[in-house]
Design a protein around this ligand. Structure first.
Ligand code: AMP
Ligand code: MN
Ligand code: MN
Ligand code: MN
Length: 286
């Protein structure tokens, strides 16, 4: 079992717990090193660091950046970033800027299919309105009785081809990596098993092209053990790590007690051949 969890969300993005509550839960579940990786925002890191000090666990400053690469939305995790780096702060702000307009368009689209008042409802779930996103819409649509849980709202309303889906242009891959590197961080390709365009999963040749570009831009890691990967995918992405010379990362992608693929921490071990991403920063302090 791994006592590192390097991917999770607080209510600064689309998690349900405050940074303090999240750290307490991680500490209670024997996490020793926690990476907080809110989408497109670093505003929870200071609070999380305080809580981590109180609980005697190590906090890794992180972020998960939304990127548009070809027809895919891809997520790049930055680990060990300096959250005060101006290039990073400004870059993340530029990504957040489009979210409210997108939310308005999503709400208009849902209204046309007969479901009104969704923007107001979704905003009640967003502690940080700048970070309004699909998860907040999903929570409200569950409350409004449209679906039984968040997962089914996505399938019925919030993915490509469905009434609440609005295509969106996020950041570029080179920009995301340049911000992470400016902030002294390590770039990790998040949950490679989850990428789709429309309903179609990203095929292997396309994933190879993505990884080639990612490595050429200085990307260093890939999530092998993710809360959204199956055990056969741990093995599959460990092979990609070897092929591309990437370090391996692990994270639950925890969003909240009732709606996550898996709870925070207690992640299964890496396949044997994996070199953990933390060797990168632990060698610096050894
Ligand atoms: P957004 O950045 O607003 O497009 O929202 C993306 C977030 O939606 C992801 O980070 C997940 O938390 C959540 N999400 C995406 N797809 C699903 C799904 N099929 N089921 C549940 N949550 C999902
Ligand atoms: Mn999320
Ligand atoms: Mn993600
Ligand atoms: Mn995530």
């Amino acid at each position: 079992m791994l006592d590192y969890d390097l991917h999770c969300h607080s209510n600064v993005s689309d998690g349900t717990l405050t940074p303090t509550e999240l750290v307490a839960r991680a500490a209670g579940r024997e996490v020793k090193v926690l990476g907080l990786t809110d989408h497109d925002d670093v505003a929870g890191l200071a609070e999380a660091a305080q809580a981590a000090a109180q609980h005697g666990i190590e906090l890794i400053n992180g972020v998960e950046i939304s990127v548009t690469w070809r027809r895919f939305t891809v997520h790049i995790v930055g680990l060990h970033i300096d959250p005060s780096c101006p290039a990073l702060v400004e870059g993340l702000r530029s990504i957040r800027r489009g979210r409210m307009r997108r939310a308005e368009l999503m709400a208009e689209s849902l209204a046309r299919s007969g479901i009104g008042g969704v923007l107001e409802g979704a905003l009640r779930y967003a502690s940080n309105p700048e970070m309004i996103g699909r998860t907040h819409f999903a929570r409200y649509l569950v409350e409004a009785g449209q679906c039984k849980d968040v997962r089914s709202v996505f399938g019925r309303y919030l993915v490509n081809g469905k009434p609440g889906y609005v295509p969106h242009e996020w950041g570029s891959l080179p920009d995301a990596l340049s911000w992470i590197h400016a902030a002294g961080g390590i770039a990790v390709l998040a949950h490679p098993g989850r990428y789709t365009a429309g309903r179609k999963p990203m095929g292997k040749p396309t994933l190879r092209e993505l990884l080639e570009e990612f490595v050429a831009l200085g990307g260093k890691g890939i999530e092998v053990v993710s809360g959204s990967h199956t055990p056969p995918q741990f093995a599959e992405f460990a092979r990609y790590a070897q092929e591309f010379g990437l370090l391996c990362s692990c994270g639950s992608d925890f969003h909240g007690p009732d709606e996550s693929w898996r709870d925070i921490g207690r992640l299964p071990d890496f396949p044997l051949e994996c070199v953990p991403v933390w060797t990168e920063w632990e060698k610096a302090t050894a």
